[in-house]
Design a protein around this ligand. Structure first.
Ligand code: SAM
Length: 246
């Protein structure tokens, strides 16, 4: 596999979705490191783009620790939250690093963390699973801490969805940008990545094990076989909206 990147401009149901996402990530947590090439790029960019070195950090959807592993400065406290126990089990545990099992869609619970007085909030490749992104952004504003967020958009796996004839699962960059602009005067960057594979088996295996389908198996066995036959290339597209606030 290799990747390329192109850079551009500046309740019951919710609970069920969250559980599915958590199961999907936990199921593949131990293999996640082999299937997260693009997520690695996202975490890397978010940390490299941090000018001030914050000491009190919150990471939403921290997974196996892509953000904390990249911090090369002294911290006072790092709190990573994730819904998937399996992912948290892979997260580094050390002095000043705390992992909390929790759901960023549960605003009452998340709002309770504001008293930790974080100096920076990261989220890498996770907030595409926010069920109410407008509500979440409004809540994050009350934390009064700069944000660095990388969110996958509906152009991720675009050709795959088009070939399968099913609507994409994720929000468009335009919809996300509109939501952000309602709440923040943010710096935005839209980045497209392409991942190339040697064969279709590898490509479809990647989709399965990267956990990015959020536990939603939209196609049955027969349709998946047809999709593998008809999928017109050996590449997968990803699109990530980066959001930075002061
Ligand atoms: C693609 S992984 C990214 C993990 C890590 N941030 C990284 O960059 O490698 C997405 C993570 O978000 C977590 N997640 C998804 N929905 C969540 C929710 N509602 N609350 C908390 N974590 C969630 C998943 O369990 C998973 O660990």
């Amino acid at each position: 596999m290799n990747w390329t990147m192109k850079q551009g401009f500046d309740r019951d149901w919710e609970y069920a979705v969250s559980i599915k996402v958590a199961r999907e990530f936990s199921r593949f947590a131990s293999q996640y490191g082999r299937y997260n090439l693009i997520q690695d790029q996202v975490a890397n960019k978010l940390v490299l783009d941090t000018v001030l070195k914050p000491k009190r950090i919150l990471d939403l959807g921290c997974g196996s620790g892509a953000i904390v592993k990249r911090l090369d400065w002294e911290i006072e406290c790092f709190v990573g939250i994730d819904l998937a126990e399996g992912m948290l089990a892979e997260h580094p545990k050390r002095d000043r690093v705390e992992c909390l099992l929790g759901d960023f869609n549960d605003f009452e619970w998340l709002g309770g963390l504001a008293s930790w007085r974080f100096e920076h909030i990261y989220s890498a490749s996770a907030l595409q699973w926010a069920t109410d992104i407008d509500g979440l952004l409004a809540l994050l504003k009350t934390f009064k801490a700069p944000l660095s967020l990388g969110i996958f958009t509906c152009n991720t796996f675009k050709t795959l969805y088009e070939t399968a004839g099913i609507p994409p699962l994720l929000r468009s960059a335009d919809a996300l940008i509109q939501s952000v602009k309602e709440v923040f005067d943010a710096r935005l960057e839209l980045v497209q990545y392409t991942l190339a594979f040697e064969c279709k088996q590898d490509l479809f295996g990647y989709i399965k094990c990267s956990g990015v389908s959020g536990g939603r198996n939209l196609l049955g066995y027969r349709d998946t076989k047809r999709l593998m036959r008809e999928y017109p290339s050996l590449t997968l597209e990803f699109e990530v909206l980066f959001i930075y606030t002061d």
